[in-house]
Design a binder for this molecule. Structure first.
Ligand code: FAD
Ligand code: SF4
Length: 329
């Protein structure tokens, strides 16, 4: 690993000023993404600002909104009583991610900003990677692409956004609070991420000198049921091949409200609006669920290595809609 300066910060404004003063500096939270990429030589920031001492560790329910500090760990959020009671799909997305050891280190802010697992991005000896080096090509399109994306993908980049939590949060209309040197703003997660087709190099709308300080999660209606289904090559310590976060309010066998997020398939955490449109107001039946899954995967862009994901994602969504609704299981 290259040498770098280590700075431990205790004040949020100090961090954003340090970032503003140094366009190449980077933040260190749990380090489970950042340090891996530095060890692999993909990232070489001259300065690493340790933000773990910032006062961003709280979880607080205010009315029907859960406010989660950016430095809350994955394990802490999964153990929260409100999450257990009102947000099962958030809890399940967290507990099916990584390992207990990693979840005790990894923060919520870091999880939302984790970089792709594309093996070509993570190997600086591979020259063709538009995400690392603009206009250099994409080695994955003709390479090993089993863990890559089919939605929001193009020949320029098919890198997957691998966060499980983000899939549940986009479905719930969660938002991030962002602090900059002289401003703060709130960005809905559905507007936070960019697709690889839009911009391989830039994954979200966060500016360099901005810090995520908090995630705001609206609590769903008490009548809602939700869940997260993750399909992977082994049952623990593995990223999703496909996943589905589903929230439904069903009344007298009619779907009154539907929220759907898909993982393992998108270059960003995928909000499946087309599925929601088909589901809302329709009878809660497997026929409806199949129509919703078809609508969602209609625009998939595949390469030989990712083609299997279209039918798999379809089946994953139908199964989770069945699980959550209790229909035809
Ligand atoms: P860091 O590594 O410290 O930071 C990540 C990035 O975010 C860096 O660029 C950093 O500068 C930036 N950053 C961090 N916090 C902030 C902030 N508040 N504001 C602005 N920038 C910030 N994830 C899943 O969802 N599912 C899985 O199954 C899964 N499996 C994994 C398996 C392994 C072996 C590993 C290593 C990781 C896995 N992960 C998985 C990813 C893991 O969840 C992330 O690495 C972790 O959540 C990142 O959090 P962190 O606090 O360690 O972030
Ligand atoms: Fe790079 Fe994206 Fe292609 Fe991976 S998929 S090699 S990250 S351009």
């Amino acid at each position: 690993m290259h040498t770098f300066e280590y700075v431990r910060a205790t004040d949020t404004r100090e961090v954003v000023q340090l970032l503003a003063d140094d366009p190449a500096a980077a933040c260190l939270a749990g380090g489970t993404t950042q340090l891996d990429l530095m060890k692999d030589g993909v990232l070489e920031p001259p300065t690493l600002i340790d933000i773990t001492r910032l006062p961003l560790h709280g979880i607080e329910r205010r009315g029907e909104i859960l406010h989660v500090g950016a430095l809350v760990t994955m394990e802490e959020l999964a153990a929260d009583a409100t999450v257990a009671e009102r947000l099962p799909m958030v809890r399940e997305s967290l507990l099916q991610g990584a390992s207990v050891q990693l979840r005790n280190m990894a923060t919520i802010g870091g999880n939302l900003l984790q970089r792709t697992r594309c093996r070509y991005f993570r190997d600086p000896t591979v020259s063709a990677c538009n995400k690392r080096t603009p206009d250099s090509g994409c080695a994955a399109v003709e390479g090993v692409a089993r863990m890559h994306a089919v939605l929001g993908a193009s020949e320029r980049c098919i890198a997957l956004h691998a966060s499980d939590l983000a899939v549940a949060l986009v479905a719930l209309d969660a938002a991030v609070h962002v602090q900059g040197p002289s401003h703060s703003r709130t960005v809905p997660l559905t507007e936070f991420y960019l697709t690889a087709a839009e911009s391989p190099q830039r994954e979200n709308v966060l500016e360099h000198a901005e810090l995520i300080t908090e995630v705001e999660i609206p609590l769903p209606p008490a009548a809602a049921r939700s869940g997260y289904l993750k399909v992977r090559d082994r049952t623990s310590y593995e990223f999703a091949l496909t996943s589905a976060a589903v929230l439904l309010v069903v009344d007298h066998a009619t779907i009154r409200q539907a929220r759907v997020g898909l993982g393992g398939v998108g270059t960003k955490p995928w909000r499946a609006y087309e599925a929601e449109h088909v589901l809302t107001g329709a009878p809660a039946t497997t026929a409806t669920f199949l129509d919703a899954a078809d609508a969602t995967m209609r625009d998939a862009w595949t390469v030989p290595g990712t083609a299997f994901k279209v039918p798999l994602a379809r089946r994953t969504l139908v199964r989770e809609l069945q699980n959550v609704s209790g229909v035809d299981v």
